[in-house]
Write a protein that binds this ligand. Structure first.
Ligand code: MN
Length: 496
């Protein structure tokens, strides 16, 4: 795994004054576990509630309260580990990570340190024109803290503990990424996998998925440089920008003869810069020790096997199947599987076809180009598509059985989008059927030939003129003539 990525490709290098620099990126992603209640209490995890309305005595860290592990959160972490092709540890330990902050009433965060629930795994990504693997170092379960609110009053800060105790999965990658694009592709793919698994909704706007971005630079072949960690970056776009501006900052410092201090920084998207928050703490600053209130977390291999049996088909498998079964291009297949809902829609279209295996590729073209193009333009997602999978399947069937031409199909799509209805019924009623009757086509062909003797002469010398004749015939038949028949007949009559 390391071999594949440790050699930076020249296209990823950044040019400085003293030569080219390689950027090394590792990510720690905090993903909120999809669960109705918190990691160690029964409080609700619902978003957007009245401040401090979902806070139990455990979440508020009242003396004598004891944490009780939420089995569903454990199952979600295991499912995620399986989705990351990772090793599942049958025994893991919860530790206390000690620090002080007003939104942390316990005075420590319950996390996992030396023995996490999930070990090494990998994520496959497509970036910079190639497929590569990003190693996963570990995944551990931990509690989220509350939220401090500083901007509502000039003299006070407020604390909302609704988030306190919500389960997070911290997913730590290996420092395998070499460009902003790769880092973005990794988080995008990770998010897709989590959403397929149903273990995190991936809603970055709500902060349910956020990334700490570790960046360092070195001359290719040199030892790793000192890294800085950019905290809590909450959009894919910002992750790319943060990597680029931080790498530039470090290169400038080193080229000016300075050194990089290991520190925690903040990305300011408005100013397009990173700023120092604090010098980086080391693990020993947190005085980690096993939480005496919690037993080690142990389960049997059977339990993991049972969870594995019920995992959904994941994006990589689905993509491979689409390519193998329907002959889709890797790109088309990737577009379809990026969101589970889109892949489901495509499969529902295929299920409507008389010969799905044969016409899957045509269906993919219609979904990816016409449908997604239109949805994007109107700012709609697939769930609110005016054209159902059933209708689109009907339309594709009409094309593949030569009832309508591709051109007429676009008109039909427009009618389905604006008025709805049954595709075959509309084609019948509005006389949109393709003309395959050779007599009618021949009449049109003969008329065009008779009216354009000069063009006929030109076509004999220049066979590419054929296209012009096809266009004319299609025009006079209102786009309904079968193009294959028209072509054939014109070739014969013009002798080209
Ligand atoms: Mn963490």
């Amino acid at each position: 795994m390391q071999d594949k990525t440790s050699q930076a490709r020249s296209s990823n290098l950044i040019r400085g004054e003293t030569g080219e620099w390689e950027v090394i990126i590792g990510l720690e992603v905090h993903a909120q576990v999809a669960s109705r209640s918190k990691l160690f209490s029964g409080s609700s995890t619902a978003f957007g509630a009245e401040p401090n309305s979902h806070v139990s005595l455990v979440d508020a860290a009242m003396p004598g309260m004891l944490p009780v592990i939420n089995a569903e959160c454990v199952a979600q972490a295991i499912r995620t580990g399986l989705g990351l092709r990772a090793e599942i540890n049958l025994r893991s330990v919860f530790d206390r990570k000690n620090y002080f902050y007003p939104d942390l009433p316990q005075g420590y965060q319950i996390s996992q340190y030396k023995q996490p629930i999930v070990g090494e795994g990998e994520v496959e990504i497509d970036a910079d024109g190639e497929t590569m693997r990003v190693g996963i170092e570990r995944l551990h379960l931990e509690q989220d803290a509350g939220k401090s609110i500083h901007d509502q009053h000039p003299e006070f800060s407020y604390v909302d503990l609704n988030r306190s105790g919500i389960a997070l999965m911290e997913i730590v990658s290996k420092p395998d990424m070499r460009s902003a694009k790769q880092a973005q592709a990794y988080v995008t793919k990770l998010r897709t996998i989590l959403r397929y698994l149903g273990t995190c909704d991936g809603d970055m706007e709500k902060g349910n998925l956020r990334a700490d971005v570790n960046v360092s630079v070195r001359k290719p072949g040199d030892q790793l440089g000192t890294r800085c960690e950019i905290k809590n970056v909450n959009s894919i776009r910002f992750i790319g920008q943060a990597v680029d501006v931080e790498a530039r900052r470090q290169i400038e410092i080193i080229e000016d003869g300075g050194t990089i201090d290991q520190e925690t920084r903040l990305f300011d998207p408005q100013k397009g810069e990173t700023r120092s928050m604090r010098s980086k703490e080391e693990a020993h600053d947190y005085r980690y020790f096993p939480d005496p209130d919690l037993l080690p977390l142990e389960f049997k291999a059977d339990y993991v096997a049972e969870l594995k049996k019920h995992l959904p088909e994941l994006p990589d498998e689905k993509r491979a199947r689409f390519i193998a079964d329907y002959g889709l291009s890797p790109y088309d297949a990737s577009v379809l599987v990026a969101e589970r809902e889109n892949a489901d829609y495509f499969e529902a279209v295929v299920a409507m076809l008389k010969d799905g295996l044969r016409d899957g590729k045509l269906a993919a073209n219609w979904v990816n180009n016409e449908l997604f193009g239109r949805l994007n333009k109107e700012g709609l997602d697939i769930a609110r598509s005016p054209v159902s999978a059933r209708q689109l399947g009907g339309l594709v069937d009409l094309i593949s059985s030569d009832v309508i031409s591709g051109k007429i199909a676009k008109d039909l799509f427009e009618i389905l989008w604006t008025e709805g209805g049954d595709p075959a019924g509309i084609v019948d009623k509005r006389g949109m059927k393709q003309v395959t009757d050779t007599g009618a086509i021949e009449k049109a062909v003969d008329e065009i030939i008779a009216a354009n003797p000069d063009k006929v002469e030109q076509a004999k010398a220049k066979p590419s003129m054929l296209g012009w004749f096809v266009g004319q015939v299609m025009k006079t038949t209102g786009g309904k003539a079968n193009p294959a028949v028209v072509n054939e007949m014109l070739k014969r009559k013009l002798g080209v």
